[in-house]
Design a protein around this ligand. Structure first.
Ligand SMILES: NC(=O)c1ccc[n+]([C@@H]2O[C@H](COP(=O)([O-])OP(=O)(O)OC[C@H]3O[C@@H](n4cnc5c(N)ncnc54)[C@H](OP(=O)(O)O)[C@@H]3O)[C@@H](O)[C@H]2O)c1
Length: 322
């Protein structure tokens, strides 16, 4: 993967500093779920580079609050929104037209749904909600975005996985969690599916000589209660902050959870097929490269998941040469 033409090349000679990002004037970045949580901070931090940042959100009111917050903090921020509902696969094609750009320098596949309790629920398309939204939604979105990504000099697909996927294994015969549904396990598997996708996508893009690269990141543990206030999007109470303070030894706020994704978008030293996460136990701290987890390197599992995802979505995001 080369240096994106629009990212300041002097940055590659300095150590990465999450508080002093390189300029990316002229670049266009899309962040799914950019209206809240980690995605909001990815969008805020990327906006400070001079890039155009588009928040993909299913909720126009929340998206407007997020853009207002970014504009209030970053003078001249080029931030806007598109309607994006990953749970509705048939709606994703229209996202490309709504973007109104000729090329896209990066997409951050950040949006995610995590259910804590049963019952098992499904997307309108009839897929288990977490697998359908987190994995299939981003899988299909990548297909629709690929012409715009291929039109950029060196675009990146950045997939936000999870530490929760480290201890999970996919059940390729039950991707929809129809048997013995456990929400936590299904969530972890949906994140694992996304991470397999991100690694496998890069392999397939390399095979067809694409200029697009795919990187997988994870945010560690990121709590709302350790996250700085961004009214009206996020206003932690003093009580919540105080009671969460000891947790800061282990985990972090969502502003810091955003750092690996932001680095994967901007840093020329980050290459396709890599995995990046927080430095301290993979749970908190500055972003660093991690070895790709052993089970993520299983190409036969990735290939079977890929085929199943093509069947379920009707698209193949690895098929377009860059
Ligand atoms: N926080 C952590 O500790 C942690 C750890 C590991 C991995 N992650 C991953 O990091 C990412 C962000 O997590 P977070 O903690 O920031 O979560 P969050 O605060 O719950 O935000 C999730 C975002 O995803 C959006 N979203 C959910 N379903 C969607 C759909 N169908 N279409 C479009 N957008 C949708 C939400 O939109 P609405 O506002 O409309 O609901 C929201 O913007 C997720 O992929 C998560 O799996 C988080």
């Amino acid at each position: 993967m080369g240096v994106p033409a629009t990212v300041s090349s002097t940055s590659s000679t300095l150590p990465w500093n999450v508080h002093r990002l390189p300029r990316a004037d002229g670049s266009v970045f899309l962040v799914t779920g950019g209206n809240a949580g980690i995605g909001y901070f990815v969008a805020e931090q990327l906006s400070a580079t001079g890039a155009t940042v588009v928040l993909g959100s299913r909720n126009p009111a929340k998206a407007e609050n997020a853009t207002a917050s970014i504009r209030a903090r970053i003078a001249g921020a080029r931030v806007r929104t598109v309607r994006l509902d990953l749970a509705d696969l048939s709606s994703l094609q229209s996202v490309v037209e709504s973007l109104e750009v000729e090329c896209l320098d990066a997409v951050v596949h950040n949006a995610g749904v995590a259910l804590d309790d049963p019952p098992r629920s499904e997307t309108p398309d009839g897929y288990e909600l977490m697998f359908g939204t987190n994995h299939l939604g981003h899988f299909a979105l990548t297909w629709w975005l690929m012409p715009l990504l291929s039109a950029a000099p060196a675009a990146r697909v950045v997939t936000v996985g999870s530490f929760a996927a480290k201890s999970e294994r996919l059940d390729l015969d039950d991707l929809q969690s129809r048997k013995g549904y456990q929400p936590k396990r299904t969530y972890g598997r949906s994140k694992l599916a996304q991470m397999h996708f991100g690694i496998e996508l890069d392999r397939r893009l390399r095979a067809v000589g694409s200029t697009v690269a795919s990187v997988v990141v994870h945010p560690g543990g990121a709590l709302d209660s350790l996250t700085p206030s961004r009214p009206p999007i996020h206003v932690p109470t003093t009580g919540a902050r105080l009671s969460a303070a000891p947790a800061a030894l282990l985990v972090q706020g969502k502003h810091a959870g955003a750092w690996p994704a932001v680095r994967a978008v901007l840093d020329p030293a980050v290459l396709g097929g890599q995995l990046w996460g927080p430095r301290v136990f993979g749970l908190r701290g500055e972003p660093r490269r991690e070895p790709v987890w052993n089970h993520l390197a299983d190409t036969s599992v990735a290939a079977r998941l890929w085929d199943a995802s093509c069947d379920l979505t009707g698209v193949d995001p690895g098929a377009i040469p860059g």
